[in-house]
Design a protein around this ligand. Structure first.
Ligand SMILES: [Zn+2]
Length: 69
């Protein structure tokens, strides 16, 4: 058998241990092209813009046209 704790740790001790486990805030910003939130150093997931260039073709609104006609 391995070593076992002799006493139950208190709630305060458990909380102190978990005090460093919090999630950090995501360092995102708003896309200058489409104003959608996006991550730094990455292509915009909405419009595909990165450093003044389009790397992804924007998906055409086929569904809207299909619903209208
Ligand atoms: Zn964008």
């Amino acid at each position: 058998m391995t070593a076992l704790p002799k006493k139950k740790h208190t709630r305060a001790r458990r909380g102190n241990k978990r005090s460093h486990k919090g999630l950090s805030k995501i360092n995102g910003y708003l896309c200058p092209e489409c104003n959608e939130p996006r991550l730094p150093h990455s292509i915009c997931s909405n419009c595909g813009e990165y450093r003044g260039r389009r790397y992804q073709s924007t998906p055409e609104p086929v569904s809207e046209e299909a619903t209208q006609t």
